[in-house]
Design a protein around this ligand. Sequence first.
Ligand code: CP
Length: 318
Amino acid sequence: MTAATEGQDDGDDAPVRHLLDVDDLDADELTALLDAAAAFGRSRDPPPSRALVGRSVVLLFEQPSTRTRVSFERAVTDLGGDTVFMGPGETQLSRGEPLRDTARCLAGYTDAIVARVEDHESLTELATYADVPVVNALSDRAHPCQTLADLLTVREVAGDLDGATAAWVGDGNNVARSFALGCAATGVDLTVATPPEHGLDDATLDRAAALGDAPTVTHDPETAVAGADVVYTDAWVSMNHSDRAERLATFETGGFQVDASLLPADAAFMHCLPAHRGAEVTDAVVESDRSVVWRQAENRRHAQTALLERLLAADARR
Ligand code: CP
């Protein structure tokens, strides 16, 4: 990996690699990582790599998680390492210890920090003060590990990423932002349909354009899904939104629910989960044979196995 955010460097070695968002990987690294993840996914056996034997990964989570926590724990175990889970309220952070102090201490005990944070700046601070790789396990701004699994899933559905067509329908949130970067980097033709006030920010569109093609932006879900290989949605309300009722009304009246009439007959349905049946998607679509959400969720494990193997191989100082 050559393009990751650089953290503290002790002067004798290559800079530590971090994954704070998708564009910390260059296109070649992303493709190689997806190839490795696909190989892990094809095998029911533990991966041949034992890259984490004798190594430990701390999962520092400020918010609840099902998929991210368990898929990371399984990925580390499969690579021969062990994990320490620190959930919400379980560290001295909750009593006011500075994050930079926590970062330096955790780096002394472990070989990587996988962090789920409310404020993306916390990840930047962790990466600045920890001299081990820091991985974004979701922030208010980005969800790159989700995108790795998403791209793997799109590739399984469409056969190839370059030229595949994807539609994002709903909120221009953290998952959408990272997905837009991932699509741009891999040649996926993405159209994003959001209400005007909940669209992707200009910075994300600019970053996507720097990687490849920025997504097409529309406010009409039907336009977005026409001809799409995959239709992807996520929650309309996340933990940091206080305007819940207003948001639900906006998305519902705008026709942003993915139901059987919106999902094209030959398109696959994607959702990062948890899904809110009856809101952004109907129960019938989640349970339909067009739904690839369980495969998408499983791909978190394979993608993160490949990611950790590469990140820790690059950080071979320990
Ligand atoms: N998709 C996702 O990040 O799921 P969890 O919140 O359960 O980790």
